[in-house]
Every structure is written in C-alpha cells, then in structure tokens.
Design a protein around this ligand. Structure first.
Ligand SMILES: *[C@@H]1O[C@H](CO)[C@@H](O)[C@H](O)[C@H]1NC(C)=O
Ligand SMILES: *[C@@H]1O[C@H](CO)[C@@H](O)[C@H](O)[C@H]1NC(C)=O
Ligand SMILES: *[C@@H]1O[C@H](CO)[C@@H](O)[C@H](O)[C@H]1NC(C)=O
Length: 443
C-alpha cells in the first residue's frame, strides 16, 4: 500500500505543477497582502477612474470589495450600488467580475466588506443586540456570499460603542462575530474585520481576545491618526511618536490585549492629508509638523478637501510650476511636502517599507492596503521615463519589502545560530586543549 501513497503524492505533485503553470500566480513570500477596493472609485474623473480590470492580482493575496450595506428592516446584507455591483437591469456586475478573477488567479481569496464610515453605527448596534436578528443575518450573508462566489465577509462596523452605538456593542459585536463564524464554518467562508486604530476605539468597541478566536484575520486600520481636524499639521500614519497615536502603539496594544500576531494584518494608507498653515513661516526656517493649520486643498480625482490619493500626491510633486519640497520626518518615519502655506502628509515607498519591516519583525500575518484605487495604478508618475516605468509603485514596494524583510529576519536568526555554534566550537577547542594537556602530563 505504501507505494500507492507515494505514486499518489507524485501524481498530485505533477498535477499541481501543471495547473500552477496554467494559472497566473500571486505573491510567493507567504504573507498576506489584503487589497481593499472602493467600488465608487469608478466614478472618479479622467485617469482617476478605477475599474476592476485595473487590478493586478499578482500583487495581492486577498481582495475586498467595499462596501455592501446593512438592511436593518430585514436583517440582510444589501448591495449599495446595484447597477455597479449586480448584473440585473444591464448592471455592470462588479461582484461577479471581481470573483471571476479567481479563475485566472486561483491563489486569490475575494471577500465582501459590509459597513464603512457612511453606514454609521446605529443599525449595526441594533442588529448585534438581538440574537434572532444575528442568526437571521448570518444565514442571509452565507447565501449572499455563495450566490456571487465570494470567499468571505469583512466586517467594517465603524465603530461599536460610538457614533450612536451603545456600551453593550462591545459584547454584542463579539456575539455577532461568533454567530457569523458558526454559520460560516460549514462553508469554509472567511470572516475578517477592519478595526479602528485609536486606543479609545479599541477599548470601547472590541473584546480583542474574544473576537480573535473567531476572526480569521484582523485588519488594523492604522491611519487617520492626524488630519486637519487637529487644527495643526500632522502625519496621517506615523509609525512612531511620543504619544499613543501611532502604528507601533496600536499594534503593540492589540497584541497585548490578546490578538495573536499571525492573525493581525497591518493596514497601510495609499493616501495622505492636506493642510493650509495659518501663518507663513519666517524665511529660511526648516518646516516641521505640528504647525497651526486648517483644512487643505483637494485633488482632481478624489475631490475631497484635506484628502489626496497617492496617485494625486505623486502628480502634485511632479508639477514643475508648483514648488514642492519633500522632507522626511524622522520621528514618525513618514514624508511630508511643503509649498509655501500648503502641506501634504502621506506615505511613500520609504515609509511603506519601514512599516512592512515593522510588521514582519512583529511576526504579523501581513499587510493590508486602503486602497488599491489610489496607488499610481496607471504608472502616470513614472511617465516620460521609459527605463523606469512602473505602475502600482506602493503595492510593488510592499511585495519587495516583505521579501527583503523576511530575508533580513532569516539572516539575523542564522547569524544568531552562527554565534552560538562559534562559542560551541570554542568550547570544544578548549576541550581538545585540555585533553592534550592531560595526555602530555601522562606521557
Ligand atoms: C439605518 O436603517 C434605517 C431603516 O432602514 C435607514 O432609514 C437608515 O438610512 C439606516 N442608516 C444608515 C446610516 O444607513
Ligand atoms: C501645477 O501647479 C500650478 C501652481 O500651483 C497650478 O496652478 C496648476 O494647476 C498645477 N497643475 C496641475 C496639473 O496640477
Ligand atoms: C514580488 O517580489 C519578488 C521578489 O522581489 C519578485 O521576484 C516578484 O517578481 C514580485 N512580483 C511582482 C508581481 O512584481
């Protein structure tokens, strides 16, 4: 019988190789790269418009379609833009176009996100408070996901216990997660959630240890730490700082609360914040973050004051009639750019690489990005420079940095072992020496 097993494994191996060579593959580094896609980004003007066909699934392990809504009257998940999401009435069939990418890229897992900022908190609070509603919702979600060939659900309740929610939300969110997982298990559906990064949001909203039991991955939204609402300039996503508003604090805090590192995914923003400072700084003074400021300008694609996609930021920086100067803030490990009274704080390849390095060092599951539709997906910022043309610079930077950080980590472990074995050989040398002394002494 044993040779049957061997033949079977050889067969599976060969078959695996063959089917691998037919299919396009994904990242080989073994970490997750979770790519969120905002379905409304298709409505952005000109080259800001992003369709599912712009995706490069070879750079992601997971795709998440954002957002579906919650119908609290019938305890169902519902499409928010039926024409864009579905095929009925000559719709564009976004759900099915996205999940069909799995045919060519079998490594992909595709989830649907429910919630987001605009969904608010009140209806989620109602749903989670009722055992009957939770169970009914879970059954409906399973049918809905299966209908469109999704692999899972991503919960984006922003945020339990806030924005009209109630204190019991924290416990009820855990119960909602538990009931969903119970319904998902049989169908092997993934259950993930996007969690807010602030200490207060975590304390009010999440029984971290409890939800970690049932969630497959925890997507930490490590951004929006600072913006014009502070009335001063600040980094959107500082890696470090001397207060609690930074990536390292958030990740350390969530780990301390009992989230296992192999389920925690570090969120990285593909966007930045803009500001207009109140008083022009004197002559040659080196600009720093923390200057009094009000809400900044908008970009041609995202058209929201105080917010710019990375694709808009990199174009701004290339504008020769503007006068942007890029500075590196060593405290937060992020760049910021200044042109007279205008300031942009954002993430570039350097700061993204630092974040990836941190995530790998902490043994996290991988990286999440919000969102692929504001990376320089056309490669417009490297145009006119055919030698170095590259699209998706930030997503590619994540792919490379994960590999690099993993190798560095591996080297430092091997290095550690070498040190140990060196001391080992010193010990054995001195043993030999002692033996020789003994032999001499006897002879
Ligand atoms: C919550 O549900 C009610 C009733 O269906 C609906 O009118 C309202 O728009 C929902 N809230 C949000 C923020 O969607
Ligand atoms: C370039 O900068 C100038 C001066 O700030 C501005 O008027 C112009 O609209 C910008 N061009 C583009 C393409 O953003
Ligand atoms: C991802 O990075 C690896 C290692 O640097 C590289 O070999 C691979 O081509 C990259 N993948 C893509 C799609 O760029």
């Amino acid at each position: 019988m044993w040779y049957h097993r061997i033949l079977l494994s050889v067969g599976i191996c060969v078959l695996g190789k063959v089917s691998n060579s037919l299919a396009a593959s994904g990242p080989q580094h073994g970490k997750v790269v979770v790519c969120y896609l905002g379905s409304w980004s298709v409505y952005r003007p000109d080259r800001g418009s992003y369709t599912i066909e712009h995706l490069d699934p070879s750079l992601c392990t997971h795709l998440i379609y954002s957002f579906a809504g919650l119908d609290i009257r019938s305890d169902r998940i519902k499409p928010l833009d039926p024409w864009q999401d579905l095929t009925e009435d000559y719709g564009k069939g976004g759900y099915q176009r996205l999940t069909a990418l799995k045919n060519k890229y079998p490594h992909l897992k595709v989830s649907l996100a429910i919630g987001g900022w605009n969904e608010g908190s009140v209806n989620f609070s109602q749903l989670a408070a009722s055992p009957e509603k939770r169970v009914k919702f879970a059954q409906n979600v399973v049918a809905f996901l299966r209908k469109y060939n999704f692999d899972g659900l991503d919960l984006d309740w922003e945020f339990p216990g806030q924005r009209g929610g109630r204190p019991e939300d924290k416990t009820n969110f855990l119960l909602l997660v538990k009931d969903l997982k119970a319904a998902f298990r049989k169908h092997k559906l993934l259950l993930t959630a996007a969690l807010g990064a602030g200490k207060d949001t975590i304390d009010k909203g999440y029984n971290v240890k409890g939800i970690s039991t049932y969630l497959d991955f925890i997507h930490m939204m490590c951004y929006d730490y600072h913006g014009a609402w502070d009335r001063k300039t600040g980094a959107n996503a500082p890696l470090r700082a001397n207060d609690e508003l930074n990536v390292e604090f958030t990740i350390n805090y969530i780990l301390k609360q009992g989230a296992p590192p192999h389920k925690v995914v570090l969120g990285v923003p593909f966007y930045g914040r803009t500001f207009v400072i109140d008083s022009p700084r004197p002559g040659e003074a080196i600009p720093q973050l923390g200057e009094p400021a009000s809400n900044g300008f908008q970009g041609p694609y995202t058209r929201e004051n105080g917010f710019l996609g990375y694709n808009e930021i990199c174009l701004e920086l290339k504008n020769t009639s503007a006068n942007w100067r890029v500075h590196w803030d060593s405290e937060t490990q992020t760049p910021f750019a200044v042109d007279e009274d205008k300031v942009m704080t954002y993430d570039n390849e350097q700061s993204v690489a630092e974040k990836v390095h941190f995530a790998i060092k902490e043994g996290l599951a991988g990286i999440m990005v919000w969102s692929v539709d504001t990376d320089d997906f056309h490669g417009d910022c490297s145009l006119g420079d055919e030698e170095s043309f590259v699209n998706y610079p930030l997503l590619r930077c994540i792919n490379k940095s994960i590999d690099k950080s993993l190798r560095e980590l591996e080297n430092s472990i091997i290095h550690g072992r070498e040190k140990q074995s060196n001391t080992g050989s010193v010990n054995s040398l001195s043993c030999v020496g002692l033996l020789m002394v003994l032999v001499k002494w006897f002879v």
